[in-house]
Design a protein around this ligand. Structure first.
Ligand code: FAD
Ligand code: FES
Length: 263
């Protein structure tokens, strides 16, 4: 990993619901990034806030030399980020972390995104589709207004299935119920998921039940983002409870490796 670089903002688009699509001109990052990796961004002018904020890479366009992020304003850091405009420069570190592994067997890949968890999966769907691997994309949200950037999939010929808790779009209910209906034993090559922790826990259970290799992207509050501080450690299975760093060994983990009971 190289050190931080300053990259210009190409565009920043408000998508509603405090969600933004941010495009950065960063040819080196676009060339190196794999789906599942993230950028660690400075989110202030000086040293306040001190800590960078991690955001998944949502798109990487090697020809254009750009990467895109899809994020929701949560607090001070993301609010500052939302105020940046085209031409301003951002201090970014990355791409960081380990991405989604290749599917270990033949067949369609199932991708399950909850809320803004679709961000790294949009990048993954594009890469799998380019490689000729069939993609079943399931996106869930509280309501239709919480479904973002799915039109980029449709434009590539991937028809996403959606689930909303209030029934305002697609299946009425959690996206994991939709997954339970679609996923047949040993039929999928792999199951990839990103979203709220409870959703990931259920995806892990369904993946194990269907004997499907399952990989989840975890989120933890991060400090260094590069494996030094151990601030982002999560419990993993082993003889006794062990910990692995979301920023270094993750953010993508085989679902059976995560010690869900201790999380
Ligand atoms: C690997 C990784 C990838 C991520 N990708 C995305 C993404 O693509 N899009 C997106 O919208 N968000 C993503 N997040 C979450 C994002 O990093 C946090 O929302 C952001 O750091 C909040 O910063 P803030 O200063 O705005 O909020 P703060 O003021 O720091 O906190 C506001 C609230 O958010 C919680 N929070 C802070 N940091 C994190 C964190 N790292 N993970 C979970 N909750 C946090 C705090 O506990 C608090 O409740 C990702 C997190 C990780 C670890
Ligand atoms: S954030 Fe420091 S080790 Fe992961």
């Amino acid at each position: 990993m190289a050190g931080p670089i300053k990259v210009p903002v190409v565009s920043q688009q408000a998508l509603g619901g405090q969600v933004y699509h941010l495009v950065l001109a960063a040819p080196e990052v676009a060339a190196a990034a794999v789906p599942g990796q993230f950028l660690h961004l400075r989110v202030g002018e000086g040293h306040d806030p001190l800590l960078r904020r991690p955001l998944s890479i949502c798109e990487a366009d090697r020809e254009e030399g750009t990467v895109a992020l899809l994020y929701q304003v949560r607090g001070r850091g993301t609010a500052w980020l939302a105020g940046r405009r085209a031409g301003e420069r951002l201090d970014v570190l990355g791409p960081l972390g380990r991405g989604f592994p290749a599917p270990p067997r033949d067949g369609p890949c199932f991708l399950v995104g909850g809320g803004l968890g679709v961000a790294p999966l949009l990048f993954l769907a594009t890469a799998l589709h380019r490689g000729g691997i069939p993609v079943v994309f399931l996106a869930g949200a509280e309501s239709a207004a919480g479904l973002y950037r799915l039109s980029t999939l449709t434009a590539r010929g991937i028809a996403p299935a959606v689930a909303t808790v209030d029934g305002s779009a697609g299946y009425r209910g959690p996206v994991t119920e939709l997954l339970a209906r679609y996923l047949r034993p040993q039929a999928a090559a792999a199951l990839y998921a990103c979203g709220p922790r409870e959703m990931l826990r259920e995806v892990a259970r369904l993946g194990a039940r269907a004997e499907t290799p399952t990989f989840v992207s975890l989120e933890e509050v991060m400090a260094c983002g590069t494996g030094l501080c151990r601030g982002c450690a999560v419990p993993v299975r082993g003889g006794r409870t062990r910990y692995e760093r979301v920023c270094a060994e993750g953010p993508v983990f085989p679902a059976e490796r995560v010690a869900w009971d201790a999380l």
